[in-house]
Ligand binder design. Structure first.
Ligand code: NAP
Ligand code: 8YV
Length: 316
């Protein structure tokens, strides 16, 4: 078989780019001054497409690649990939589930602890010299206790279950909300998201993104969480109604938030910048050397398996 030709939609880690270049003919779309003109002239040459959860694949790009046989995506989220169009064409989509569970769950806890204990604000307080300043200056405010608190999880999937297991180390009682109860888990299923929010002290959002979950967390859910409740989002910005979240935070109708994802990344609502009870990350929950290496390995392994055996290892 001839060496397959891949279209790389965005820049990847250097290790993954090197590995792909060693086995395939790779063309980077980002090198093109006029990607549309390039695709019109050369779209028929590509056997495979490499993309990422954040970048996705839309119907127009698929249509520009008439001989495409496989897609390999860096990441687990599928909300930016037009799966209806790939299925209609019979194109398998490889992705990278499970290898990032640990780091995303770790990031959820980092955000939970940081929001409740004011870690980022306390760091700013020390750096400003307020701690060592005159004794008359306001002391740093008390935080909220995480250990022993009630944890609600929206989305008890692969990552949600990893978050739930970590909660045992913090003596937290866990309940979750999914459309379907998960069999054989020790945590209680709560069929109503509003009731889950009312019950818990910390609500971790880790449900899949996309049209079905858009604004699942709305003003009503936030009001049920209440002025003592914290929200953590490591899923997708779209799962929370961001305008409702901003107003709940500004009006102190919830206690605080830890956010890795936003509705219009990389734009972040200006109102959040001034709030010390909000901790923000630039969508890096899976961003460790080890996990990004494992994700990159799965991207390449999916392609290798497809071109060797006709099927990817992890198919969406
Ligand atoms: P997963 O195993 O597929 O779990 C998704 C969960 O969402 C399932 O428990 C599913 O349960 C629930 N869900 C889907 N639709 C729902 C709805 N309408 N109402 C309530 N629950 C719903 O996926 P995963 O591997 O854990 O990843 C979850 C998501 O995390 C990904 O899709 C991705 O967007 C996000 N993520 C973010 C980062 C980051 O860097 N921040 C990294 C990795 C992943 P039911 O089907 O029973 O409803
Ligand atoms: C990715 C993610 O790092 O896997 C996902 O769904 O959101 C992150 O792990 C990022 O989206 C890369 O595209």
């Amino acid at each position: 078989m001839n060496t397959p030709t891949l279209l790389q939609k965005l820049r990847l880690t250097p290790a993954l780019e090197a590995r792909l270049a060693a086995s395939y003919r790779v063309h980077r779309l980002t090198d093109e001054a006029d990607p549309a003109a390039f695709l019109a002239a050369h779209g028929g040459e590509f056997d495979g497409l490499v993309t990422a959860a954040s970048s996705g694949v839309d119907a127009a790009l698929l249509a520009a690649l008439p001989n495409l046989k496989v897609i390999s995506s860096f990441g687990v989220g599928l909300d930016q990939i037009d799966l209806e169009a790939t299925r209609a064409r019979g194109i398998p989509v490889g992705y990278t589930p499970d290898v990032l569970n640990d780091c995303v769950a770790d990031a959820a806890f980092a955000l939970m602890l940081a929001a409740a204990r004011g870690v980022a604000a306390a760091d700013r307080y020390v750096r400003r010299g307020d701690w060592s300043g005159p004794p008359s200056a306001a002391r740093f405010p008390l935080g909220r206790k995480v250990s022993g608190a009630r944890l609600g999880i929206l989305g008890l999937g692969r990552i949600g279950r990893t978050v739930a297991r970590r909660a045992a180390g913090f003596d937290m009682e866990v309940r979750y909300h999914n459309r379907r109860a998960v069999p054989d888990v020790p945590w209680a299923h709560e069929p109503s998201l509003i009731e889950l929010a009312r019950w818990c002290d910390f609500l971790v959002v880790i449900a899949a993104g996309g049209a079905e979950t858009r604004h699942l967390v709305d003003a009503q859910v936030l009001d049920a969480l209440g002025p003592q409740g914290f929200i953590v989002n490591v899923a997708r910005g779209s799962v929370i109604d961001e305008a409702a979240l901003v107003s709940a935070l500004v009006d102190k109708r919830i206690a605080g938030a830890g956010l890795d994802v936003f509705e219009h990344e990389p734009q972040v609502p200006a109102e959040l910048m001034a709030l010390d009870n909000v901790v923000m990350l630039p969508h890096v929950a899976s961003g460790t050397v080890e996990t990004r290496q494992a994700m990159g390995d799965r991207v390449a392994d999916n392609l290798d398996a497809f071109f060797r055996d006709g099927r990817v290892i992890s198919q969406a």
